[in-house]
Design a protein. Structure first.
Length: 281
């Protein structure tokens, strides 16, 4: 599964991620740019692309299951009183240009298109930064501007009647191993304790790797985390947790997530230290 255009992100000259801008994907997967593979500095891959359990999980990117009824997540759509349903409602995120493109990051313009019209314009800013000899940070900002003439709302399966399924926004499909990863925050441990709750940072640790996700703005930190460890390893922030997110015509919703990518299994102190370094003022 390849794309016609891609670039490689580097930290101190070392490749740490490939960004595919125009993936060759079927409409059912809601085609969109993604980062995969993303690796630690030692070369351990910490993303998955189109795994058998969820073909529409595409490494690292932005995916939303309900934008005015259009599916930018991929796969089935959760319909109230019907459950997951196959619908012909998939949208696509289309790369239009790079405003900046360097080895350590880029600024990209995208159009979110469904049913023949543009719903959102996105500016995406991504930067890779060295932290230590064994850790680096991926700084990912996305700004969604409503380009329609009316108020546009973003929803999730949770707002459509499926409790605990408020996925939609920044999403990282992590490496799947024989043993599920551990998930923890500064005050809680385990999927059931961290899922659906807000926290300044959230860590996911595997056999020999760690990811630490942090909201880098006050507004981003208010979004609860969507966390899966046992069914599959994945972490995202929820744009629409308890209610739909409304964006007026011409208005913009902005979120910024900084992710620490580290070799080895971090503990709470190690995760907290690296997050402070990664999200320093």
């Amino acid at each position: 599964m390849t794309g016609t255009d891609s670039l490689v992100l580097r930290v101190a000259g070392r490749p740490v991620g490939r960004y595919v801008t125009r993936p060759a994907l079927p409409a059912r997967l809601s085609p969109r740019p993604y980062l995969h593979p993303v690796t630690t500095l030692a070369g351990t891959t910490v993303t998955e692309l189109a795994p058998a359990d969820h073909l529409h999980h595409l490494g690292v990117g932005v995916a939303v299951p309900d934008v005015e009824g259009h599916n930018f997540w991929g796969g089935r759509t959760f319909v109230r009183d019907r459950g997951p349903t196959e619908l012909d409602n998939h949208g696509a995120q289309r790369h239009t240009s790079f405003q900046l493109c360097d080895p350590d990051g880029f600024v990209e313009e995208l159009r979110w298109v469904a049913a023949g019209r543009e719903l959102l314009h996105e500016r995406r800013t991504v930067a890779a930064t060295a932290l230590t000899d064994t850790a680096w940070a991926l700084d990912f900002t996305f700004s969604l501007t409503n380009t329609t003439s009316g108020t546009l709302t973003i929803g999730s399966p949770a707002t459509n009647g499926r409790p605990g399924a408020a996925y939609g926004g920044f999403f990282w499909r992590a490496r799947k191993e024989q043993t599920p990863p551990q998930a923890f925050t500064a005050r809680a441990h385990g999927e059931s304790e961290v899922h659906g709750r807000s926290a300044d940072w959230l860590a996911l640790t595997g056999e020999d790797w760690s990811l630490v996700f942090a909201g880098a703005t006050e507004r981003t930190r208010r979004d609860p985390w969507f966390v899966r460890t046992t069914e599959y390893p994945g972490v995202g922030s929820s744009l629409a947790h308890g209610e739909r997110l409304a964006i007026a015509p011409g208005d913009t919703a902005v979120r910024r997530i900084v992710t620490v990518v580290a070799d080895g299994r971090l503990d709470r102190d190690g995760a907290s230290t690296l997050v402070r370094k990664a999200v320093s003022p």
